[in-house]
Design a protein around this ligand. Structure first.
Ligand code: BG6
Length: 488
């Protein structure tokens, strides 16, 4: 059967992520029968909640999703709360007892998932005590799911990983990047490795450049405390964007398994050209949203330092120096308070070497696009004949496909997919340590150069809300004779 038996132990159970993503995802898995009778969830956090209160919070977080009220109640009965100070050994002793009790009650047979959804500074301590207090079991599996950010730079990531690795093997660590759970993002590999036409074209002989846009219309909202220490480069590029880069530039895996897929992704990320400070100046731009009409500028936002130089926008040009991709510019951009919420990939093929239809005019290139978020779909532009009585003119048209409403309705949410993968032991869409390593190594080369640049907050405040970012982002491409294809 498809029913999975598992005990989830969630650290950070009172938090925003747990309520917004984890409980609804678990509930969907419950509705679909992947979780049924043989599962339980222990929520832990500092607050002294009761089981009843916790269950009420869980019910609130899934309200409106249920088929029947009884279903909600039944589901929430699987949730237990344990007030927990992660530094206190005694608390792990209690946790172990509760885990054993629930394991027996729900006939779980020792399968455990430890979900770390709290500040990374506690990850090492938690892993240590899970091991020393024997909350890991011998009968089933023990998997640690780790939320981002995985470190703050290369060194802190290495330290964090060394700490975790003392207690859990790489195979049992599941590092979340929720972009990897998005259906249309997963489609990149299907299109690349399932279609011979693209196999032939997917290299520096035929691809001119690649463009990746992760734009958000919201501002920093209530996360300034975290965002001030991160900025767009760490928040979106180190993880989501570089992951997409790896999917677009990796070589074909020998088999479609987590081991082989991640091996090729690692190689792609390892091939990222590291930049000197001069190259960073040339290849990267950053910015901060300015006060626009009734919208706050970044430095006017709640809990943001009025002199902050944290970037809310970044655009860059990357190079993956592998045999297939050396020489192909990969343009990336992401930012807050931009014109639209979109996740978009444009693969721009090289132009026809000459235009037999009109020697004075360049043909438009073929562009293969993936819309990963809103209205998910793909399109490929072609030059086609324009209908006319006489003469022969071309026009650029798109072959496009969108998931229809019913497909969108059955599309599982990213977290739901990833949690089920972790339960089943499929690590394909989790980030291997070496991917994290090479990603940070690249990001550090940019960040270090920026940290040593003298820049005033006013210089950084260079784009209005509801635009696609500062002019320097367009100029970055214009220098190469290119432009951003995607203009929402
Ligand atoms: C998160 C970032 O990882 O991704 C947020 O920390 C960002 O700042 C979010 O808003 C975007 O995710 P999604 O799925 O809404 O595109």
């Amino acid at each position: 059967g498809k029913e999975q038996n598992a005990l989830f132990i969630i650290f950070g159970a009172t938090g925003d992520l747990a309520q917004r993503k984890l409980y609804p995802s678990l509930f969907n898995l419950y509705k679909k029968g992947f979780l049924c009778k043989r599962f339980a969830v222990i929520g832990t956090a500092r607050r002294p909640w009761t089981d009843e209160h916790f269950q009420q919070v869980v019910r609130n977080s899934i309200s409106g999703m249920e088929d029947t009220a009884a279903q909600t109640t039944e589901f929430s009965r699987h949730f237990y709360y344990q007030s927990h100070n992660v530094n206190d050994v005694e608390h792990y002793v209690t946790l172990k007892k509760l885990a054993e009790k629930l394991d027996e009650k729900y006939k779980i047979n020792g399968n455990r998932l430890f979900y770390l959804a709290m500040s990374p500074r506690f990850f090492g301590t938690i892993c240590k005590y899970l091991k020393s207090e024997e909350i890991v079991t011998d009968e089933g599996y023990n998997r640690v799911i780790i939320e981002k950010p995985f470190g703050h730079d290369l060194q802190s990531a290495v330290e964090l990983n060394d700490e975790i690795a003392k207690y859990f093997s790489e195979e049992s660590v599941y590092r979340i990047d929720h972009y990897l759970g998005k259906e249309m993002n997963q489609n990149i590999l299907a299109v690349r490795f399932g279609n011979n036409i693209f196999r032939a074209l997917w290299n520096n002989r035929y691809i001119d450049n690649i463009q990746i846009t992760l734009s958000e219309s919201l501002g920093v909202e209530d996360r300034a405390g975290y965002y001030e220490t991160a900025g767009a480069l760490r928040d979106m590029v180190q993880n989501h964007i570089l992951q997409i880069v790896s999917l677009l530039t990796m070589n074909a895996p020998v088999t479609f398994t987590d081991v082989d897929i991640r091996r090729e992704k690692i190689s792609a990320l390892k091939a990222l050209q590291l930049y000197t400070p001069e190259e960073v100046k040339k290849y990267f731009v950053r910015g901060q949203y300015a006060h626009t009409e009734d919208l706050n500028g970044y430095r006017e936002e709640d809990q943001v330092d009025p002199n902050s130089t944290t970037e809310t926008f970044v655009a860059g040009k990357l190079h993956v120096n592998s045999m297939n991709f050396a020489g192909v510019p990969i343009y990336i951009r992401t930012g807050k308070r931009l014109a639209a919420k979109s996740t978009r990939v444009d693969v721009v093929f090289k132009n026809m070497p000459n235009n037999i239809f009109n020697a004075n005019k360049k043909l438009l290139p073929n562009v293969l696009s993936f819309d990963i978020d809103a209205n998910p779909g793909m399109s490929l532009t072609l030059n086609t004949k324009k209908v006319s009585q006489s003469g022969y003119k071309l026009e650029n048209r798109a072959l496009s496909y969108r998931h229809d409403i019913s497909t969108q309705a059955i599309t599982p949410e990213a977290y739901e997919k990833l949690i089920l993968d972790a339960v089943k032991g499929d690590a394909t869409n989790f980030v291997h340590w070496e991917e994290v390593y090479y990603s940070w190594r690249f990001i550090d080369s940019v960040r270090t150069a920026w940290d040593n640049e003298d820049v005033t907050p006013d210089e950084l405040t260079n784009y209005n809300c509801n635009t696609m970012g500062p002019k320097i982002s367009d100029e970055l491409l214009a220098k190469d004779g290119n432009y951003w294809f995607f203009d929402p």
